[in-house]
Write a protein that binds this ligand. Sequence first.
Ligand code: BTN
Length: 288
Amino acid sequence: MSDPGSHVPLSIDRIRQACAFGLIGSCLHYVESTDSTNTLAHQLAREGTPNGTVVLAETQLKGRGRLGRSWVSPPYRNLSLSVVLRPDIASSEAPQIGLVAGLAVAETVREWGPHAMIKWPNDVLIDGRKLAGILTEMEAAEGRVQFVVIGIGINLNSESEDFPPELHHRLTTLCAASGGLVDRDAFTARLLSHLEQRYEMLLRDGFAAIRPLWEALSCLTGRQVRIEGGTQTCEGVVTGLAADGTLRLRSLEGQDIRIVAGDVTVVNGYEESSQQSAASSQEKKAEG
Ligand code: BTN
């Protein structure tokens, strides 16, 4: 077990020194505590904060996950950040930015050693266990994006006691997977660099340039999955990403299906990883 005293606050100076900021991170906010970096980023975006603004927090009081779930993370151990982007794109294309963020996270993790994979739409896993989640939110008008907020949560140095025992086999941390405490400043700087590089690629060359890079890291291709979204559930084998970033499935009846959103479970595969479930069971524990 690592020494809890080694969990030091992020140093914005060290991050600035390590990262040649172009767009992403040129405006950097660091707060000790906030409800949610996504909420704060939304507020800043509405007030006109520049394209590429990054919000980092040590603690989130109401961290949010996908599909209305919560996200919990102990202070000084992991990474919780949001990025405000102002691309001139149709709102239907905004989810592609979330896919780009998943790619950037997986590429950064791989620099630390582990073979991170992406689970559509943008969870990042190591050996089938969830390491990171991404929440993409936007404001749009007349079918065009006003701004997108990309919220990224990554388990870097948390310890197994930080999660309930029933979730130990579903979650992982980069510290556990790479065998040593992660320098959070260095990781943040590399992540922002990867994100900038892939985001520029998306704007310059389109999603067609991102797609093969993303597919090379996908852990779902060829697997049988169940997709739950709203009132509908469907099952099939993943055949890849469509040109617009939706997930392609071959249904059990042999039909081609495109999935726009939903919760993916691998059938007979690794267990679904969900830090959001961790959050809700922690809440249940606290209640009683
Ligand atoms: C998921 O896997 O459901 C997505 C989790 C996203 C968590 C991050 S932490 C930083 C940002 N602020 C939030 O409230 N959520 C995202």
